[in-house]
Design a protein around this ligand. Structure first.
Ligand code: AKG
Ligand code: FE2
Length: 299
């Protein structure tokens, strides 16, 4: 599906409104490549093939953990047994992937956002990291009256991982569950001196799954007010009348999000094609701003 597998170089995408570049490099490993599900696996370097058993055991364990969480969500959403689990089967083709992210220490006099604000577009994300740096923008329900939402660090705890809900889950539940806005900045305090690594597992719905609200007495039957916000389809905000949305499969949706970020879906400049396309240095400030406005999501 698409070609968002593989390496993204340091500074290859835009991380803020000023068009400044990100400060991380990462590598995406699709689940289907190492479980022999994909008929056209990405040409990964030999070193990853040498680590196949590690990659497959990490995939299995992460998927099992996500399935446990889906089990609880399924119960609390009053869905028929195994509804969410059946939309996310390990053996079915899907956009699930592992991401390995490396962010070197930043110059103290020039600290920037290392991974721009976004919502994840899959279902659940597991984040394994030892250093801080991840920040969330809390929803209005957690903000005292009259105050503004402020970026807040999420502290990694030993023996824990951090779990994000993604946009697909918002779609399945008509916004009962919502994807969180997050970004990564320099780790706080003394941690800023160290290289930050993050190992991520993105669980996404099976390729053939329709991204539409599920039937349950805990999920509203009509759209009513759509929750607005400047990124993501279903995040909090002032609320506006819902427009008819075209129904898509997860495969189409994920490809659209990936292309959108890379500026190929009718907007932007194709800068995020992992090294291909027009470089950010060649773009005007206006072009960078346009790219930023058009993206708004993780890759
Ligand atoms: O490194 C982190 O803590 C977050 C990474 C992230 O948000 C992403 O890759 O989508
Ligand atoms: Fe993310």
């Amino acid at each position: 599906m698409g070609s968002y597998a593989g390496y993204k170089g340091y500074g290859a995408s835009v991380a803020d409104e000023l068009g400044r570049r990100d400060r991380n490099e990462f590598y995406n490993i699709p689940k289907d490549d190492f479980l022999s599900i994909s008929p056209t696996p990405f040409a990964h370097p030999q070193i990853l093939h040498n680590k196949k058993s590690l990659i497959t055991s990490f995939t299995h364990n992460s998927h099992t953990l996500c399935t446990l969480l889906l089990n609880h969500l399924n119960t609390h959403l009053h869905l028929p047994p195994l509804t969410l689990q059946n939309l996310h089967k390990l053996a079915n083709p899907s956009g699930d992937q592992i991401r390995l992210i490396k962010a070197p220490p930043q110059p103290p006099s020039d600290l920037r956002t290392s991974l721009g604000k976004h919502t994840d577009f899959g279902s659940l994300t597991l984040l394994f990291n030892r250093l801080g740096g991840l920040q969330i923008l809390p929803p209005p329900s957690l903000i005292p009256e009259g105050q503004k939402a402020e970026w807040t660090y999420v502290k990694p705890l030993p023996g824990h991982c951090i779990v994000n809900l993604g946009d697909a889950m918002s779609k399945f539940t008509r916004g009962v569950l919502r994807s969180n806005i997050h970004r990564v900045v320099s780790p706080p305090g003394e941690q800023a001196e160290y290289e930050r690594w993050s190992v991520v597992y993105f669980m996404r719905p099976g390729d053939d799954v329709a991204l539409k609200p599920l039937e349950s007495d805990a999920i509203p039957k009509t759209e009513g007010k759509k929750m607005g916000g400047d990124i993501g389809g279903w995040i909090w905000g002032e609320g506006e009348e819902e427009e008819e949305e075209e129904e898509m499969t997860a495969k189409e949706w994920i490809l659209l999000q990936a292309l959108r970020l890379r500026g190929k879906a009718g907007r932007g400049n194709g800068v995020n094609e992992y090294g291909k396309g027009k470089g950010i240095d060649e773009m005007s400030g206006e072009e960078r701003k346009k790219l930023w406005d058009a993206s708004g999501r993780g890759i």
